[in-house]
Design a binder for this molecule. Structure first.
Ligand code: ATP
Length: 512
């Protein structure tokens, strides 16, 4: 784990107005965060890139904004009341609480990193002749660690599947897992804990209805499936996309905005003909991976991970994992959910949720392929991949956020070189030409070098400087964040040049 790097990123996010701890003046609220002036812009741009890639680029995908509160029966039908649980375990000495499955996953990750170290050693020893597959299949150290991993995985999935909490505890003891805080093995029993937050709706105590804060946005799309299909005259296959808040009372919420108690999801439910779900599952896997790669954060930072144990409603599922500073972790889930959700809502509501296929004259419950990504996790992925420390000539260092230009919170900064000689007035005129197309900042304080650094730190792709030459030939300098090179361009041409450089169109077009 690149602990120091991660700490720097968190500190940078606060210092430059990306993310603040919620209610900080009251010492904060655990696992709840606020997005500052730059954070909110970056988040909006990520949302837009996701939304446009689905709703704008597909004739058969439409949006929805369903309410956070839903009828409580929704959550009985979806299975969340009965089974949206995590197994928790406490350490009696540190009084810290953990998710039993996460303790085991972290143990497995440690074994995996031992294998990675062996591979690195092998690569060094054998150089160009290194055959990784053969090495993994024959090296005794690797085989020993892999056998341990397989055994733990097998026992863990069996225990989770059978809801065997005693076995989970035994596995933690057998793996000799200690509490990272107290260093002891003094563990309590494992208990199930439901992650949904609940509250009351209604003014009288007796008449109040217990309702839940939604733990996922998906159910809003399922219960509205026929409303959207009929009002939009949609034909299967079609999709509904939604961005919105979700709430989970996570047992352990560490790692900054990776695991929050209030977070945002970007989900898309794709309704398909039964029997065609595998084709669409593969289709969405590939397209979602292309979307991630189009951001240029580094193809090697993304990988697929198939679910070893499928949820009861799924017949195929995988995650897209991202290499965060603390290792590869889930960023997005792609699930083939069968007709489970719609069928359950039919059963619990007593209303038919069937699609009439005009071509075959059949009525059926569609199958669903879901893509579900955490907006805050995506934000963290973009933030951590973009954070760059660079040594400059002369020994100085700069911190630059190398955001994909179209995601950058501020697209452009406009500076008068000096705060006199009419330069600020010209700068204001230039600003007014471009500010409606791009989010711009105007800054006239401090030396030009410091102003450039401030823009690097928030990832502004371009800075325009108005100098004395501007008065003579109507040109300005345009400085590139990444190369730090400046070119002279005419004010007249600016809007066109900027549009080419900052627009996401060229990237979106590759996703069709
Ligand atoms: P995890 O295993 O990490 O708890 P999950 O498998 O429960 O995640 P899903 O229910 O598949 O997650 O939710 C879809 C997406 O929502 C995840 O891929 C993740 O990006 C995001 N997400 C889930 N829980 C949280 C959370 N507590 N904070 C931030 N994002 C979350």
């Amino acid at each position: 784990m690149q602990e120091a790097l991660f700490k720097n990123i968190i500190a940078h996010a606060k210092e430059y107005g990306f993310i603040f701890q919620s209610s900080e003046i009251y010492d904060g609220l655990s696992a709840v965060y606020d997005y500052g002036q730059n954070g909110v812009e970056l988040k909006e741009n990520i949302k837009k890139y996701w939304w446009d890639s689905l709703v704008r680029l597909h004739d058969n995908i439409v949006g929805l904004d369903s309410a956070i509160f839903m009828h409580p029966k929704t959550w009985e039908a979806s299975g969340h009341v009965a089974a949206f649980n995590d197994p928790l375990i406490d350490n009696r000495d540190s009084k810290k609480r953990y998710r039993a499955d996460v303790l085991l996953e972290e143990y497995i990750a440690r074994l995996e990193s031992r294998i990675e170290k062996e591979v690195a050693k092998g690569k060094k020893r054998f150089g160009d002749n290194f055959d990784q597959d053969q090495f993994l299949a024959t090296n005794p150290n690797v085989l020993r660690e892999q056998a341990k991993i397989d055994k733990v995985n097998e026992r863990m999935f069996k225990a989770l599947g059978e809801d065997n909490l005693e076995e989970l505890r035994q596995l933690i003891l057998d793996c000799d897992i200690v509490c990272p805080v107290s260093g002891t093995r003094n563990w309590t029993e494992v208990r199930q804990f439901n992650l949904m937050f609940s509250t009351q709706m209604g003014s009288t105590h007796e008449g109040a209805l217990q309702i839940f804060l939604r733990p996922e946005t998906a159910q809003g799309m399922f219960v509205n499936f026929l409303n959207v299909q009929k009002s939009g005259r949609m034909k299967v296959p079609f999709g509904i996309a939604q961005i919105g808040k979700a709430f989970r009372n996570e047992i352990v919420a560490r790692q900054f905005i990776f695991r929050m108690r209030e977070f945002e999801q970007m989900e898309m439910q794709y309704f398909v003909k039964p029997g065609e779900e595998m084709k669409w599952y593969e289709y969405w896997k590939e397209l979602r991976m292309c979307w991630h790669r189009s951001l240029g954060l580094g193809d090697e930072k993304f990988r697929f991970k198939d679910h070893e144990k499928l949820a009861h409603y799924a017949n195929a599922a995988c995650d897209i994992e991202f290499l965060f500073p603390f290792g590869f972790r889930e960023l997005e889930g792609i699930h083939s959910r069968t007709d489970y959700d719609l069928a359950r809502h039919e059963e619990y509501s007593g209303r038919k949720l069937r699609y009439f296929d005009p071509e075959t004259n059949e009525r059926y419950i569609p199958y669903v392929v879901e893509t579900s990504i955490g907006l805050d996790r995506m934000f963290l992925a973009v933030l951590s991949a973009s954070y760059t420390q660079e040594k400059l000539e002369g020994g100085e260092t700069r911190i630059v956020m190398k955001f994909p230009p179209w995601l950058a919170p501020v697209k452009l900064a406009v500076f008068p070189l000096v705060n006199k000689d009419g330069l600020p007035q010209i700068a204001q005129e230039v600003l007014s030409k471009v500010r409606l197309d791009h989010y711009c900042l105007y800054d006239e304080k401090d030396s030009i070098g410091r102003r450039y650094r401030r823009m690097d730190a928030i990832g502004t792709p371009f800075c325009i400087t108005i100098d004395h030459q501007t008065k003579e030939d109507q040109t300005v300098t345009l400085r590139d964040r990444d190369t730090m090179l400046q070119e002279r361009v005419s004010i007249e041409e600016l809007p066109k040049i900027l549009d080419n450089k900052l627009n996401s169109k060229q990237w979106l077009q590759k996703l069709t």
